[in-house]
Design a binder for this molecule. Structure first.
Ligand SMILES: Nc1nc2c(ncn2[C@@H]2O[C@H](COP(=O)(O)OP(=O)(O)OP(=O)(O)O)[C@@H](O)[C@H]2O)c(=O)[nH]1
Ligand SMILES: [Mg+2]
Length: 445
């Protein structure tokens, strides 16, 4: 996502930073290039123009040009304005009702049913008590699809009864939610190839019955500017509180994500990045702006790590680090925590690195690097598991004969064992340095 835009902006800013003295004319030239890059990323024409106008005004002042680091100041101004573009005042869905009601609307195939399942799993993982409602009464297959997703997410589902109208189903579902003290109810609705009077009437009738505080449009980002148009029409006809942009995984340009809030005024609240239940991300404009500018998204990375990691393991690890007792058992635990964060390929977007480096890494991963890394992790795990607890706690006792035994036990070679021990040694040195640094910092305070 945003790959080509990220690359283009990276190049423009590199040149700007290398340009020595900046003046009005080379700043204007650079921003003209930024505008071209936005248009190539399929950003709405008007949105791109307004964006550049705002950034230009902010960049031509004495404060920027007269500063010691004008290039960096300009990147900062672009970053700030990108956040505004993506929706700086975006609010997450309002989940305070009893129950909180969320209604998903959208065209055929935009990803409503899939997103309903993803949201159920997401909120359930936050300890919420979720109920799904299949309010797409025209297609029995849609009810089946949502039933499967509800089972996957481990939440209850209400399905339509024979001859039941959509508003009647809505009222019954809310009563059921109330009786069973569910706190979030998600309605999946039927789609059409285009928004027509019939669909609008159906959605309005349902809304009159359920009074959803959250009406979220599910819209396919891969259709680019058309999705912006769809959102405008839905907002006018039905009244939206937020947007879920799906299929961002298949949209390398990202034009919809960059224009849809500016055009409709609706905040993007979630993005869909794949077909699986976990492929849903809450949308954070400031993090997305950082990703676009190749600054990475370290906050999301840390969050992923925290979500994956067991808090007890982390606190033990910190203790051991502080007391300088980092050993192979800790190393093994670290490997396991890393594995829980999911495939390396998915983390690449979150790491701060230049567009070119990112592309290199990505192609390295695709051409066998990812498998190599998995093999490597698996091998190291097997090696540590073949050691005795004493060896794990005190790797220095692992001499030649023990290395041979460990290699045999783990189905690896002595070279593999040596490699692992060398890596561990480096990790231990780093851990020591880190410990010393922490001590010094404490002392300085
Ligand atoms: N790659 C990718 N595919 C997605 C995403 N979200 C949904 N899909 C796929 O898009 C297709 C349509 O998704 P549905 O959830 O059935 O769409 P819908 O809006 O419920 O469609 P109707 O019920 O026909 O109106 C399915 O094949 C999904 O797997 C996403 O974020 N990324
Ligand atoms: Mg559906």
């Amino acid at each position: 996502m945003f790959d080509s835009l990220s690359n283009a902006l990276g190049g423009i800013f590199d040149r700007l930073r290398g340009a020595g003295k900046l003046n009005e004319s080379n700043v204007r030239d650079a921003l003209r290039e930024v505008r071209m890059a936005l248009l190539e990323a399929d950003v709405n024409f008007q949105v791109a123009r307004d964006f550049i106008e705002r950034v230009t005004q902010k960049c031509l002042g004495e404060e920027v040009l007269g500063s010691i680091t004008p290039g960096q100041q300009i990147v900062k101004r672009v970053h700030d304005e990108l956040i505004v573009l993506l929706g700086s005042n975006a609010q997450p869905p309002d989940l305070n009702g009893t129950p909180a009601v969320v209604m998903l609307v959208g065209l055929h195939g935009s990803g409503k049913t899939t997103s309903a399942g993803k949201l159920a799993a997401h909120w359930k993982s936050q300890g919420r008590n979720v109920l799904l409602v299949a309010a797409d009464i025209r297609r029995p297959a849609a009810v089946e699809q949502l039933t499967v997703l509800a089972r996957q997410a481990g939440v209850e589902i209400i399905t339509p009864q024979a001859g039941e109208s959509v508003p009647a189903l809505g009222a019954r579902a809310l009563k059921a939610a109330w009786d069973a003290t569910r706190d979030i109810v998600i309605f999946d609705t039927g789609g059409r190839f285009q928004i027509d009077a019939d669909l609008v009437a159906e959605l309005k009738d349902l809304q009159a019955a359920i009074k959803a505080r959250n009406v979220l449009l599910v819209v396919d980002a891969a259709i680019g500017q058309e999705s912006v148009h769809v959102a405008e029409v839905f907002h006018k006809e039905v009244g939206l509180t937020g947007l879920i942009l799906t299929k961002l995984d298949g949209d390398a340009r990202g034009g919809a994500a960059l224009s849809i809030h500016a055009v409709t005024g609706c905040p993007i609240v979630f993005t869909g990045t794949g077909e699986h239940q976990g492929d849903l991300e809450p949308f954070h404009p400031e993090r997305m702006a950082s990703r676009i500018l190749g600054m990475g998204d370290v906050i999301s990375l840390v969050e992923k790590a925290q979500l994956a990691a067991d808090p007890e393991a982390i606190s033990n690890f910190e203790k051991r680090l502080k007391s300088n007792r980092f050993d192979l058992q800790d190393f093994l635990e670290q490997i396991q925590q890393m594995k829980k964060m999911g495939p390396m390929e998915n983390l690449l977007d979150l790491l701060p690195m230049g567009g070119r480096e990112r592309n290199q890494m990505r192609s390295h991963m695709a051409s066998g690097g990812a498998d190599q890394m998995k093999g490597f992790v698996k091998r190291n795990e097997a090696i540590i598991r073949s050691m005795t607890p004493g060896e794990r706690r005190n790797p220095d006792i692992i001499k030649a004969s023990r290395r041979q035994r460990i290699a045999r036990g783990s189905g690896t070679t002595v070279t593999d064992v040596n490699d692992l021990l060398r890596q561990f040694d480096q990790a231990r040195k780093m851990a020591r340095q880190f410990g010393r640094m922490q001590k010094r910092l404490q002392w300085m305070r």
